[in-house]
Design a protein around this ligand. Structure first.
Ligand code: MG
Length: 248
């Protein structure tokens, strides 16, 4: 089912096998259904200040740093970067608006697939641009006994953030993994770009309003319409990934 995509990956990156050890999960829009809240708060806060960022466009910028997103909108509207003060004000207001929204639910299928990954002798890591202080406890409350703090990459670890490959390269480093020993699960175009640039087989889950094409063009090796669909195909995908072998 996934064989042609797997062969294309091996061919591009000059690997002979995928001796899978770990699955690297993005957080927002993958483990938690939090993207609608992020998109709504970005849109609302920008509009209040006369800046235009539609909810759908917010999905396109997912994974960018707050400052990066704010600069991009200021450039487009005013032809200049945002000032330090604007960045601080807008990002603080966005964070406050987001924190007032109800806590996002677990994405359907997320807990189930994390359990399957563990059952099958692999480990899971979180790679997120988020820097919320409550992140780890929230992950543990929702997904008990899955994630280890030393095997997480958050906003505190990285300098560049997605779409730079740095977060995923750091995850490989922390997990003591080679690029072909992991796969990435991402919902955002910039996250997919980061993972693909790190040379990792990238599974896109299209949990938002964007066209599949945007995620595939960003470099996704395969795409599922939801986390549940990814979960339902887990056994097949794992078998095909780990059985594939290119004869040298
Ligand atoms: Mg995401």
């Amino acid at each position: 089912m996934f064989q042609s995509a797997i062969h294309r990956y091996l061919d591009t990156h000059k690997h002979n096998t995928i001796p899978l050890k770990a699955v690297l999960f993005d957080m927002d829009g993958v483990l938690f259904d939090s993207m609608p809240h992020h998109a709504n708060s970005w849109h609302m806060i920008m509009e209040e200040r006369g800046l235009h960022l539609s909810k759908e466009e917010a999905y396109l910028h997912e994974g960018r740093t707050g400052a990066g997103t704010i600069n991009l909108i200021c450039q487009r509207q005013y032809g200049r970067n945002a000032t330090e003060k604007e960045i601080k004000d807008i990002y603080r207001a966005k964070t406050e608006a987001f924190n007032k929204m109800p806590l996002a639910d677990r994405m359907n299928g997320a807990w189930e697939v994390l359990s399957k990954v563990k059952r099958d002798g692999l480990f899971s890591m979180v790679v997120t641009g988020s820097g919320q202080a409550t992140l780890l406890s929230r992950l543990n409350d929702n997904f008990p006994n899955i994630f280890k703090p030393e095997l997480m990459v958050t906003a505190f670890d990285v300098k560049f953030g997605k779409p730079h490959p740095e977060p995923y390269l750091m995850a490989l480093n922390k997990g003591n993994l080679k690029a072909n020993e992991a796969i990435v699960i991402e919902n955002a175009p910039l996250g997919v770009q980061a993972a693909a640039a790190a040379g990792i087989f990238t599974v896109a889950v299209n949990t938002g309003p964007l066209d599949d094409k945007i995620l595939l063009d960003a470099g996704a090796n395969i795409l599922f319409p939801s986390m549940q669909a990814f979960c339902d195909s887990w056994e097949t995908l794992l078998k095909e990934l780990t059985n594939v072998k290119i004869l040298a």
